[in-house]
Design a protein around this ligand. Sequence first.
Ligand SMILES: Cc1cc2nc3c(=O)[nH]c(=O)nc-3n(C[C@H](O)[C@H](O)[C@H](O)COP(=O)(O)OP(=O)(O)OC[C@H]3O[C@@H](n4cnc5c(N)ncnc54)[C@H](O)[C@@H]3O)c2cc1C
Length: 388
Amino acid sequence: MKNEFDAIVVGGGAAGLFCTAMATQRGRRVLLIEHGEALGRKILISGGGRCNFTNSGTQAGNFLSANPHFAKSALARYTPADFLALVERHGIAWHEKKLGQLFCDGSARQIVDLLQAECAGATILTNTRVERVERGFAVRTSAGDFRAPKLVIATGGLSIPKLGATDWGYRLAQQFGLKLVTARPALVPLTFLPADAQAFEGLAGVAADVEATAGGARFAERLLVTHRGLSGPAILQASSYWQPGETLRLDLAPGQDLEAEFLRRKRSGERTQVKAVLTAFLPLRLADRWAQLHSLDRPLAHARDTDLRAAAQQLQHWHWRPAGTEGYAKAEVTAGGVATDELSSKTMESRRAPGLHWIGEVVDVTGHLGGYNFQWAWASAFAAAEAL
Ligand SMILES: Cc1cc2nc3c(=O)[nH]c(=O)nc-3n(C[C@H](O)[C@H](O)[C@H](O)COP(=O)(O)OP(=O)(O)OC[C@H]3O[C@@H](n4cnc5c(N)ncnc54)[C@H](O)[C@@H]3O)c2cc1C
């Protein structure tokens, strides 16, 4: 194998594969290095095995970053419609699940196959460790030494270590003097403090439509009680905005006025249990438990107005303090990463290290749940490939 290339890409996930494909198709000689046994392993498990490969409504507002404007340029130059056109060219059947989320009808494997087919002509090394990188760029690996004037880092974040996640990209950033925004698990289930664990014991599997608010962001989606805490799309989304020690605000009956409902039905003399009123808004097991916990396990007529008001307030303005997150083992993504002010938003190239580009999740751009993270991987990869 010749060891001189136009560009070397490190990381064979979504961003690295797509960048390799786009640069190769522009006539560049590209070497892709992946330390794992296989390419695109996270894609294979994504979207419950069907890969939510983009979101048709993608906007910069769907991403967290210290600079909320950074992603705009790349997202505008490679859009969800562009990726969808590619999916259709490969004859992959797809469907919209909800809220613009596009999934394969078949399997996520189809997206990995698409990417590998698009990489035709590139040199790809798997099971290969990068040992040293020097300016220029000289890359020493377990499979030999390689050189290229351009180096693209697509090593992703810290989520799901068992699928090959490492902090290698962050360490390389430090080697080149680039600032990092502290990494933290995002799109991650949150855990109960002991008192809540007791209160929710036996309710794992219960789900409800809620509104979850954290750090000023509000999400109206599903909540799921787990054995360790709360999860489901509403909690995963809010977790990206949650900081340790803070509370999340939960409304378990969004769009309703529970207090008015309780008092109206009490005044009209209804002979019903409080929990029967609650079951119109909450799943039976949760309504039951809530009534027990708030001493409202009684007929509506016997409940004091102040207790009903307090219960309604708690259900609709629940300030829930999580113990923490389930960590990188369960986090769908990693927030933080290489600081965007170190990079050109047009080319993803480091200002301090010309020729060194950063794409995908390793950068401090983190999408909401719903196909946005892959769209960022494609768009940032495309932006870098245009400059290789
Ligand atoms: C369970 C799960 C489901 C998800 N579902 C979706 C979804 O449906 N839609 C969506 O938009 N997003 C989803 N995501 C998020 C999405 O998978 C990531 O945001 C996306 O894969 C990031 O792409 P990337 O190429 O930057 O990083 P990755 O896909 O993580 O790829 C990084 C690659 O670099 C390799 N690597 C790491 N260190 C080194 C090194 N030192 N040398 C060589 N190689 C290295 C890794 O092995 C890996 O192959 C999901 C994530 C998880 C965990």
